[in-house]
Ligand binder design. Sequence first.
Ligand code: PBG
Length: 329
Amino acid sequence: MALDLIERPRRNRKSPWIRDMSRETWLGAAHFIYPLFVHEGAGSVPIPSMPGCQRHDFDSLLREVEAARGDGVGAVVLFPKVPDALKSNDGREAYNPNGLVPRVIAAIKAHWPDMTVVTDVALDPYSTEGHDGIVSADGRVLNDETVEVLVQQALCQAAAGADIISPSDMMDGRVGAIRAGLDAAGHTDVSVLAYTAKYASAWYGPFRDALDSAPKFGDKKTYQMDPANRREALREVRLDEAEGADMIMVKPAGPYLDIIREVRDATDLPVAAYQVSGEYAALKAASMNGWLNEREVVLESLLGIRRAGADVILTYYARQAARWLAGGE
Ligand code: PBG
């Protein structure tokens, strides 16, 4: 006896063809930015808490960029591990024009001019204190003094050929200062992808292992956001928009899908989300144990981030996911 139902949602799920035509969200390699770690010297080093990821040496990094392109990934973001001897409280190595990052940018652009190179702006890899800004004698992370250095760092990266400058430091006013600095130097075409809602998250643990960049004292709670806060993310969006950001980022991604949605609804700018090192480590560990089906669970996680409202996803799974989406292994 048929139920008397006017609506039967299952009709729109009855065949692959109909499911395809009624699908609301799609995932493709064009959405991905691939984060890469690089260090000085010869030989690449595996990162224990991120199986499958390496701290690349210069040549290996270029090979990885080439392989990523082969997989259909057209954008990378660079994170350097800097030798202790080059670290200082004021992070001045961050704007050395002969430093590792500018050399890597120039090499990538020389080989593949159409590769989109995104660079991180923050002092933590360069800081003796492991903080994203300059630390005062009494242990405070100084805002305005730091912003001056961040502008120098951004100018150095732009001069080397970076396409998108991505401040991850969470200092107040840095987006506007970087935009003004870039424009004054003639870099009007260089974009700013702001880490707008970056939370003080335990999910960054493996990244700090990879770069040996954990704070030497305290935590990052005086500049990164409180995980309890939602409205504050919208305040940060308003400020970064007014300061000239081209794209807005939410970080982490998976545990903050509600924030991605709020931000998506609050701005006309493209929204990026960062599936961070700890999210990668968790997915990888469960998969390596055979507890989760890696392919299915990773693609579902990335699709969820897209469905929440992200246009762009920074993910360590970029290459792998691109291959899976193309029907490969
Ligand atoms: C530092 C920075 C961090 C990440 C990106 N840029 C770590 C932090 O804020 O301590 C984290 C990325 C990840 O965990 O994958 N400015």
